[in-house]
Write a protein that binds this ligand. Structure first.
Ligand code: GLY
Length: 368
């Protein structure tokens, strides 16, 4: 089992990674529980595959599990479901020192973590992420949120989990498209500051997506180590370090907004294309070599992630995409910090990017 410490000052915790961990979830969680009952929030898809296994695992650790099973899908990250989770946790008589369990993908983790941040002014929670995106990104670092009519993740809290359990075999029951989209966040860690890991992705990405469990476990461990290092240095994204994790997200967010945050472009697919655009824009500005940018495009293509804006078939202008960026939650006093690259593994935060230049770059990319 890989155990990665997340050294957040005042709230350290571990991420444990191992295939088959779901069958031992009860044993791992037991030391974090003060009672012989635990409240678990999940969604209907995860429950259909895993509720029996996880219930049995808690039972064999002497813990009775109480389940709240929510509808699967992004629309569950809402005020309505937040109220439902909070009311249910209160009904379960959860106390501040208790740990509840968020068992699912990013939607369940973000929603349940946010509910935990407010129940009794903040109770504990354990993340058991079941998608690649949640295992390598959203379950670690304590960002919790819901979506509102004003936008995605605009309401939330930093609230660190007490423990994260990532079981790569949970990915076996998911559509390949979801795992591939989550893999974009794996590539991201290589592009941020770890060129050898990007090389590892080039050599092992296809194998990972084909289901190789040791490649999956290795990618999760490497990604979590990178994320742990970054969030420990800048928990609340105030020091310009955690912001590196937004590589590809500004372009990606504009594309997600233009496609209506729909299945037409999953979040991870938007991030993949966003990283391609960040690379190509960096090359256009003379910051990065065209060869490095092309290497990124080639890897996205090799694993079946979107690698060209033209192929998305959008009927809009570059200006319209740039305008979506003005609603990005990273806007800071009228300027939008951009993550650009000086090479593979050399991402930096640029604060002086001209949105007119971004719009004209995007116009070119839309035409191919
Ligand atoms: N997913 C970006 C972050 O956790 O900061």
């Amino acid at each position: 089992m890989a155990v990665i410490p997340v050294a957040i000052a005042g709230a350290p915790y571990e991420v444990r990674i191992e295939a088959g961990l779901l069958s031992n979830a009860g044993e791992h969680c037991r030391p974090f529980l003060r009672k012989d009952r635990v409240a678990i929030v999940t969604d209907a898809n995860v429950a259909a595959h895993w509720q029996e296994t996880v219930t049995a695992s808690f039972a064999s650790a002497g813990v009775q599990s109480e389940w709240l099973v929510l509808p699967a899908g992004e629309s569950t990250k809402s005020w309505e479901h937040l109220a439902r989770v909070v009311d249910w946790l209160l009904l379960q008589e959860v106390e501040r020192k208790d740990n509840i369990v968020a068992f699912g993908g990013g939607v369940i983790g973000d929603l349940t973590g946010f509910a935990a941040s407010m129940v009794k002014r903040g109770c504990g929670f354990i993340q058991i992420p079941t998608t690649l995106l949640a295992q390598v990104d959203s379950s670690v670092g304590g960002k919790t949120a819901i979506n509102t009519p004003a936008g995605k993740n605009l309401v939330g809290a930093f609230h660190q989990p007490s423990l994260v359990l990532a079981d790569p075999s949970a990915l076996d029951t998911l559509p390949l498209r979801d795992t591939r989209a989550g893999y974009a966040e794996v590539i991201k860690y290589g592009l941020i500051d770890d060129a050898p890991f990007f090389e590892w992705c080039e050599a092992n990405g296809a194998k990972l997506l084909a289901g190789d469990s040791s490649a999956r476990a290795a990618a999760i461990a490497q990604s979590v180590s990178a994320k742990a290092r970054i969030v420990a240095a800048d928990e609340k994204e105030t020091a310009g370090v955690r912001a590196l994790l937004n590589l590809g997200h500004t372009f990606g967010h504009a594309l997600e907004a233009e496609t209506g945050f729909s299945d037409r472009l999953l979040h991870g697919e938007g991030v993949a294309l966003g990283m391609v655009l960040a690379a190509r824009f960096s090359a256009r500005l003379g910051l990065m070599s065209g060869q490095d940018a092309q290497r990124i495009v080639a890897h996205m293509e090799a694993v079946g992630l979107p690698a060209s804006l033209r192929s998305l078939g959008l009927e809009c202008s570059g200006r319209r995409l740039a305008d979506h960026m003005l609603h990005d939650k990273k806007m800071d006093a009228g300027t939008l910090p951009f993550l650009l690259m000086r090479g593979i593994g050399k991402t930096f935060l640029a604060k002086d990017v001209d949105l007119d230049e971004v719009a004209s770059f995007l116009d070119k990319e839309l035409r191919g």
